[in-house]
Design a binder for this molecule. Structure first.
Ligand SMILES: [Zn+2]
Length: 247
């Protein structure tokens, strides 16, 4: 028998049998896991206030042998992110954050940075940060961590290096960047200003501090947001249930 303790974000809780709960949770070191909370349906002191989706908890759990089911022993609430539940927009974005990460990092695909991103993003939302900015920061970095970064260093058609001068175009169906000599902006090939390109590069790299110094205009932010929304839709959108509740 092996015992574990880790920070975990509760993803989903379902009734299981007569008195148990089946709990999906995201951990930093083992990624997404599912475990049984024995007796969890009855008010249990071991899980008090803990098994609420989108909460950060300290989880104790065990596994009888490698490859066998996990069982939850107890957990302690670390942060319920109360601000998330204050309005529909915040709750929708928080649900979307977890759903996109579940798709990018399913069972057995572990990246500690995905957990850190989830925790940071839920914190931003709970503290009332600008939801448009939070979404951009989250989507750009999550997609890049999942292997879907848009290469902004060179034009995908002529191969010329992009030198941060002049507008560019994103070829959404390919998830690639093109210079204006090779492609014309259209609905499916949205335009990005040089500032927006720098901003997108910073969010993809998780360089949020850099982003603060870029002084992006509302128009730049709108361009980045539009490209990321389409990028997610093109790559994995059909499988995202929560996306339709976002503006
Ligand atoms: Zn080109």
């Amino acid at each position: 028998m092996q015992h574990f303790r880790s920070d975990a974000i509760i993803v989903r809780v379902r009734e299981y049998g007569e008195s148990d709960l089946s709990v999906s949770f995201m951990t930093r070191d083992k990624g997404l896991l599912r475990g049984i909370a024995k007796g969890g349906r009855k008010s249990s002191r071991r899980f008090v206030n803990c098994l609420e989706p989108l909460s950060l908890v300290l989880m104790d759990y065990h596994q009888k042998a490698e490859g066998k089911a996990y069982f939850l022993d107890s957990c302690r609430l670390v942060d319920s992110f109360p601000g998330i539940r204050e309005n529909f927009e915040s709750l929708s974005l928080a649900s979307y954050v977890i759903e996109l990460l579940e798709l990018l990092f399913p069972y057995n695909v572990t990246d500690p940075r995905a957990f850190d991103l989830a925790k940071a993003t839920l914190g931003f939302i709970s503290r009332g940060a600008d939801l448009q900015k939070v979404r951009i920061l989250f989507e750009g970095h999550a997609m890049a961590l999942g292997g879907y970064a848009i290469d902004l260093n060179k034009c995908a058609i002529c191969g010329r290096k992009y030198t941060a001068k002049g507008d560019g175009v994103i070829l959404m169906e390919k998830g690639k960047f093109s210079c204006l000599k090779c492609s014309t902006p259209t609905e499916k090939h949205p335009l990005l200003s040089p500032q927006a390109i720098s901003g997108l590069r910073a969010v993809q790299g998780g360089a949020w501090e850099t982003l603060k110094h870029l002084h992006l205009s509302p128009e730049d932010l709108t361009q980045i947001g539009h490209v990321l929304k389409m990028h997610v839709a093109y790559r994995i959108g059909k499988r995202l249930k929560s996306a339709k509740y976002l503006q």
